[in-house]
Ligand binder design. Structure first.
Ligand SMILES: NC(=O)c1ccc[n+]([C@@H]2O[C@H](COP(=O)([O-])OP(=O)(O)OC[C@H]3O[C@@H](n4cnc5c(N)ncnc54)[C@H](OP(=O)(O)O)[C@@H]3O)[C@@H](O)[C@H]2O)c1
Length: 327
C-alpha cells in the first residue's frame, strides 16, 4: 500500500459525488478512477471531480491494477453484486449502507472477504464524525453511568414520488433501509445485541415502509427507541441516557457538529465539533488507516455487527411482510 491511497469510485450518483468531494480534502487520498455503466457519465463525473481515469463499466474500474480500494455507492439492490465483483477481483471495499438487502447476502460477502483476506466495511460514516467519537469516548469513560436508554430518529418529510429510490419497491426502497438503519445502527453501537425487538411500520402505496419504528430491549434492562419516516419530520437527535446524565448529538445527529453533555443537576454544556465537507472523510480516513495497518476489518464498524444490524432489519421486515424483489 502506497502512502497515498488510490480510490476507485463505483457509480456516479449523489453519494459518490459527496464522497469524492470529501476524499479531495484528504492529502493522503487520491481519487484515481471512476466507473459508471455509461462512458459519458464516467467522463462527466471525472471532469467535474478531477479524476484521471474514467471507465464506462464497473468491470473496467475493478480491473485497474492501480486502484487500492473501491467505494461502492450504487443503489441498494446492487450493493451485493457490485461488492462481490470487487472482492472476487481482489479489491478491498467500502460499501454504502445498507450493506446488503438481507443477512444471507451479507454473510456471503463477509465469508468471501474473510476467505480472501480482503478489507471490507459498511460505510456507516456517522460513527466516525468527531462528535460521535467524543460521545463514544465519554461512554467508554463511564461519564454518564451505565446506559439505560437510547432514543434516535431519522424522520424527514418528503413528498411522495414513486420514482424516488426511497419509495421505489424495485430499488429496495423504504425508510428503514434508507434512514432507519442509522438509529438502528446507533443503538447497536451503544448497547450491543438486543434481547427483544418490537417493530411496526406504515407501508405505502408502493409497498415499502414510509414510516417504521423499532424498540429494543437489552439483557441489562436498557431500552432503545428508534424510528424513521418520510411522512413527518422529527427532532433528528440522538440521545443516550444513564444514571448520572445524558449525551445528545444535536440536529441533524448523523452528521452532527454539536454534542450536548447534560450531567444531572448541572447546566448543559454544548461542545462544538466543526469540520469541513460532508462528514464522509472521517470514515475514508479510517479505511485508509486500516489498509495501511494491514487490517481486513474495522474495529469501529466490524462485519459481525453489520450482519447483526441487517438481521435486525430482516426481523422487522418479516414482521411487516415486506419482501424485496428476488428474495
Ligand atoms: N451515506 C449517506 O449519507 C448516503 C446518502 C444517500 C444515499 N446513500 C446510499 O447510497 C446509495 C446510492 O444513493 P444515491 O442517492 O447516491 O443514488 P443515485 O444518486 O440514484 O445514484 C446511484 C448510482 O448507482 C448507479 N446505478 C447502478 N445501477 C443502477 C440502476 N439500475 N439504476 C440507477 N442507478 C444505478 C448509477 O451510477 P452509474 O449510472 O454511473 O452506473 C447511479 O448514479 C444507496 O444505497 C443509498 O442508501 C448513502
Amino acid at each position: 500500500m502506497t502512502a497515498v491511497t488510490r480510490w476507485g469510485i463505483l457509480g456516479t450518483g449523489n453519494i459518490t459525488r459527496k464522497f469524492t468531494e470529501d476524499l479531495h480534502l484528504l492529502p493522503d487520498a487520491q481519487v484515481l478512477a471512476v466507473g459508471s455503466r455509461s462512458q459519458a457519465r464516467a467522463e462527466a463525473f471525472g471532469a467535474a471531480h478531477d479524476i484521471p481515469r474514467c471507465y464506462g463499466s464497473y468491470e473496467a474500474l475493478i480491473s485497474d491494477p492501480d486502484v487500492d480500494v473501491i467505494y461502492v455507492g450504487t443503489l441498494n439492490p446492487a450493493h451485493y453484486a457490485d461488492t462481490k465483483m470487487c472482492l472476487e477481483a481482489g479489491k478491498p471495499v467500502l460499501c454504502e449502507k445498507p450493506f446488503t438487502l438481507n443477512a444471507a447476502q451479507a454473510q456471503e460477502l463477509i465469508n468471501l472477504a474473510r476467505d480472501r483476506r480482503l478489507f471490507l466495511m459498511e460505510a456507516m460514516w456517522t460513527r466516525f464524525i468527531p462528535a460521535a467519537v467524543e460521545l463514544r469516548r465519554l461512554l467508554d469513560a463511564d461519564a454518564i453511568g451505565p446506559v439505560q436508554y437510547v432514543q434516535a430518529d431519522f424522520c424527514i418529510y418528503r413528498d411522495f414520488d414513486p420514482d424516488h429510490r426511497l419509495f421505489k419497491y424495485e430499488a429496495a426502497g423504504g425508510v428503514m433501509l434508507d434512514l432507519g438503519i442509522y438509529p438502528i445502527s446507533f443503538a447497536s453501537w451503544v448497547l450491543g445485541q438486543h434481547e427483544e425487538l418490537f417493530t411496526t411500520a406504515t407501508l405505502g402505496q408502493t409497498g415499502v415502509d414510509e414510516q417504521s419504528a423499532y424498540v429494543m430491549r437489552y439483557a441489562n434492562g436498557a431500552l432503545a427507541v428508534a424510528a424513521s419516516s418520510a411522512r413527518a419530520s422529527g427532532p433528528l437527535e440522538a440521545l443516550v441516557a444513564g444514571s448520572k446524565g445524558r449525551l445528545r448529538l444535536l440536529e441533524p445527529w448523523w452528521f452532527s457538529k454539536h454534542l450536548s453533555i447534560e450531567m444531572s443537576g448541572k447546566p448543559a454544556k454544548v461542545v462544538k465539533f466543526p469540520y469541513e465537507g460532508h462528514g464522509l472523510r472521517f470514515e475514508a480516513s479510517h479505511v485508509m488507516e486500516c489498509l495501511r495497518a494491514g487490517k481486513t476489518e474495522s474495529d469501529v464498524m466490524p462485519l459481525d455487527e453489520t450482519l447483526r444490524i441487517i438481521k435486525t432489519m430482516d426481523a422487522c421486515r418479516a414482521q411487516w411482510g415486506l419482501v424485496y424483489e428476488g428474495e
